[in-house]
Design a binder for this molecule. Structure first.
Ligand SMILES: [Zn+2]
Ligand SMILES: [Zn+2]
Ligand SMILES: [Zn+2]
Ligand SMILES: [Zn+2]
Ligand SMILES: [Zn+2]
Length: 239
C-alpha cells in the first residue's frame, strides 16, 4: 500500500487516496461539506474528510464536555433527528455520541481547533460567548470563534448556515463546480462595530474577513485549506 493510500471500513471495495481539493466536496462519512484535505476513491467518487477517514480511536474526550465519554458511530442512534452540539446542524452520518447526555458531535466539529492561528489572526474556540455574533447578532447558540481582541465573534452554526446557503448547489447537484464558490462579499466586509473610528473599523474588518475564511476552512474539516485564495479570486472575478 502506498503511503498516501488507506483502507477504510466505510468503503472496503477500494483503497482511498489522499488528495487536496480546492473545491468543496461532500463527505460520504458525515455527509457534510468539506474542502482541502480528503481521502478519495476516484472509481466510485467517494470522499471522506481527513477527520472522517482518520478515526484513530473509537472514543473521544472533549475539553468542553469533560464528563462526557463520546463514542464514534457510523450513523446516529435511534429514530429521532439528532443535532450537533457544536454547529447545530443535523447529524446524518458519522458522529461522536455521548450516551449518558445524548450529546452529538460531527467528527470535524469534534476536532475543531481550540486555537486558529494563521499568523495574523488568532481565534479561540468557546462553548459560549457573551457578546453577539458578527453574523446573526445573537449571543447563545452554538460554539463560537472569538478573535483575540474580542471584537469579533462568529458562531460555528452561522458558518454552517453560510455554507448551506451558498453551497446548496454543490451539495445537491454535484461536486467541484467552479462557479459555486461561495459568495461571501457581504459577510466579509460588513463593519461590525460602529463605535470605532473609521480607520480602525477598516483594519478590524479586514481581520474579520480573514477570520471568516479561517473559520470556514476549519469547519470544512481542514483549517490549513487555502480558502482565502479561493474566496479572494472569486471576489476579484465578481467585481
Ligand atoms: Zn466527514
Ligand atoms: Zn470505490
Ligand atoms: Zn455526556
Ligand atoms: Zn457539527
Ligand atoms: Zn451567529
Amino acid at each position: 500500500m502506498k503511503y498516501n493510500e488507506i483502507s477504510h471500513f466505510s468503503h472496503t471495495e477500494h483503497k482511498l487516496r489522499f488528495e487536496y481539493s480546492e473545491f468543496p466536496f461532500k463527505c460520504d462519512g458525515c455527509k457534510e461539506v468539506g474542502i482541502g484535505s480528503r481521502y478519495k476513491c476516484s472509481i466510485c467518487d467517494f470522499d471522506l474528510h481527513m477527520h472522517c477517514a482518520m478515526i484513530t480511536s473509537p472514543t473521544l474526550h472533549h475539553p468542553f464536555y469533560t464528563k462526557c465519554n463520546f463514542q464514534f458511530m457510523s450513523k446516529p442512534p435511534g429514530d429521532t433527528p439528532r443535532y450537533c452540539n457544536a454547529c447545530e446542524k443535523d447529524v446524518s452520518g458519522f458522529l461522536y455520541h455521548c450516551k449518558a447526555c445524548g450529546f452529538d458531535l460531527h467528527p470535524c466539529c469534534a476536532k475543531l481547533p481550540l486555537l486558529l492561528d494563521d499568523g495574523e489572526v488568532k481565534l479561540y474556540l468557546y462553548r459560549k460567548v457573551s457578546s453577539p455574533c458578527h453574523r446573526c447578532g445573537r449571543k447563545g447558540r452554538s460554539w463560537s470563534y472569538r478573535s483575540k481582541c474580542k471584537n469579533y465573534n462568529l458562531h460555528v452554526a452561522c458558518v454552517r448556515d453560510m455554507l448551506v446557503e451558498n453551497w446548496h448547489e454543490v451539495c445537491v447537484k454535484g461536486r467541484g463546480v467552479n462557479s459555486n464558490i461561495p459568495s461571501l462579499r457581504n459577510t466579509l466586509y460588513t463593519p461590525h462595530s460602529s463605535r470605532r473610528s473609521k480607520g480602525k473599523v477598516k483594519k478590524c474588518c479586514e481581520i474579520a474577513g480573514l477570520a471568516v475564511q479561517v473559520v470556514i476552512s476549519a469547519v470544512l474539516g481542514d483549517p490549513t485549506a487555502l480558502i482565502a485564495g479561493i474566496v479572494g479570486s472569486f471576489m476579484s472575478r465578481a467585481s
